[in-house]
Design a protein around this ligand. Structure first.
Ligand SMILES: *Cc1c(COP(=O)(O)O)cnc(C)c1O
Length: 448
């Protein structure tokens, strides 16, 4: 392009008024391009074509086995709830959950009531005491992790004057690596046990090697690929006497474990064995809403204690001037979705929790079934299941046809110092026995 042509040309007022205002503006800036021209010079797809390309997706959705997304369409009641929300204006005109859902907002167009209520309800599920709870509905598991790590960094820095170092394993979700970079934290890589969970003896060794920095520890409750569970008790034992913050990334398992025999895994408060006084097992927790719960769009739960929040807020108040919205919001993101918390509130009722109990049971039963069948018929694939809490099994990568048909994620897994291609199947509520049988049959076919 010739630079000369891009220069604005000077027009007198009469010439300018001879053009419609939009074309005049474009023509003033780029004399050789008119608006219609600019649009037509790119290949266009009509909305009908775009919609057509998405047709049929709802028939295929239950074949998704490679990622932790619940593809079940929510019940009729959920869509009726959406209509009720619509009737009061949500999704019609602009609502915004900017600010702290637990504080008064002087802008009434928000859904803070729903947000606060659902955090309190889920907080109860995770064993937070109702007078010591704070949280909000974030954009995703990653967003919730971001708030946990930022809160941890801020609190630890304020307590010690030193930036913490962050401790997590290579099995942690890649979002943690991105957030580590974003927050400019030094990563101390912690080794893993055979099943992919954190080696807490190595955690202790690493913390001893870094005595001058507080420890921001991320425990993964359900690692993304292997479904391993870092031991909260094991980690806590190593943290005694150190300045630390423990964040739980429970993006997937956090949704269902509270509804199973493993409910104690995520309890926030437990009585101390010696004194009987309540102790906190962790500082904050992140859970994705679109994974186990089957909320139809990405969102995340972020829950911490009020005590942590208040320590954080004192520091946050130094960097954020509250004048404009008349409060210190406590969240990194300013404008926040008001529709999703009001919609996700639906998943926090008694009947929704009973459904989650049933889903959690059938999911784990189906995982046991799938694992048993793969072991029985395809043992050469060397199937693994990290633990009985896990809805994930992983095994050597089968044919590309199977990988593509079921959207399986493939990754190199280190076996005897060599990286071998593996896939995993995450048994979500839509992965019925019927779907799994179909998958098992396909696994046995000779396909390229
Ligand atoms: C999926 C996942 C995340 C990221 O959650 P999003 O909601 O997709 O942002 C983080 N950690 C773990 C362990 C996950 O499985």
């Amino acid at each position: 392009m010739i630079v000369q042509e891009m220069k604005p040309i000077l027009m007198n007022r009469r010439q300018f008024l001879g053009l419609s205002s939009a074309t005049a503006l474009v023509a003033t800036c780029y004399p050789n391009i008119t608006l219609g021209h600019a649009l037509l010079s790119h290949p266009q797809q009509s909305s009908a074509e775009m919609l057509k390309s998405m047709q049929g997706l709802s028939q295929q959705k239950n074949l998704l086995l490679g990622y932790p997304i619940n593809m079940t369409t929510p019940s009729e009641e959920f869509f009726a709830w959406r209509k009720e929300l619509f009737a009061v204006g949500l999704n019609q005109f602009s609502f915004n959950n900017v600010g702290n859902p637990y504080a008064h907002s002087h802008i009434p167009f928000n859904g803070h009531l729903f947000e606060r209520e659902l955090i309190n309800r889920f907080g109860a599920v995770y064993g937070f005491s109702q007078d010591n709870i704070w949280g909000f509905l974030s954009n995703s598991g990653t967003d919730s992790n971001m708030h946990g790590l930022y809160m941890g960094r801020t609190i630890l820095k304020s307590q010690t004057g030193e930036m913490p170092k962050i401790y997590f394993t290579k099995e942690a979700h890649y979002s943690i690596q991105i957030l580590r970079d974003l927050l400019n934290l030094e990563w101390v890589v912690v080794g893993t046990n055979h099943d992919g969970s954190m080696d807490t003896d190595d955690l202790e060794r690493q913390m001893n090697a870094n005595p001058n920095h507080p420890a921001l520890v991320v425990a993964t409750i359900g690692t993304t690929f292997k479904g391993a569970v870092d031991s909260i008790e094991g980690i806590r034992a190593k943290l005694t006497g150190r300045t630390s913050y423990l964040h739980l990334d429970a993006a997937l398992f956090g949704g269902y474990l509270p509804h199973t025999q493993f409910a104690a895994e995520l309890l926030h408060e437990v009585p101390d064995e010696g004194t009987g006084r309540k102790v906190n097992r962790y500082d904050s927790i992140a859970v994705s809403c679109h994974k186990f719960f089957g909320f139809p769009a990405p969102a995340g739960l972020f829950i911490t204690t009020r005590a942590n929040f208040e320590t954080f807020l004192t520091q946050f108040g130094h960097i954020h001037d509250p004048e404009y919205i008349l409060q210190i919001p406590g969240t990194i993101t300013c404008s926040r979705d008001a529709v999703k918390p009001a919609e996700f509130y639906f998943f926090s009722s008694e009947s929704a929790f009973s459904k989650q109990v049933a889903d959690a049971k059938s999911m784990l039963d189906n995982t046991t079934y799938l694992f048993k069948e793969v072991v029985a018929h395809y043992d050469y694939l060397q199937p693994m299941r990290a633990n009985r809490q896990s809805n994930t099994i992983y095994f050597r990568k089968p044919s590309d046809t199977v990988v593509n048909r079921y959207s399986l994620a493939a990754m190199g897994v280190e076996i005897d110092k060599e990286r071998v291609p593996y896939v995993h199947v995450v048994v979500m509520p839509h992965a019925s026995k019927e779907i799994l049988d179909r998958f098992l049959t396909d696994l046995g076919k000779k396909e390229g």
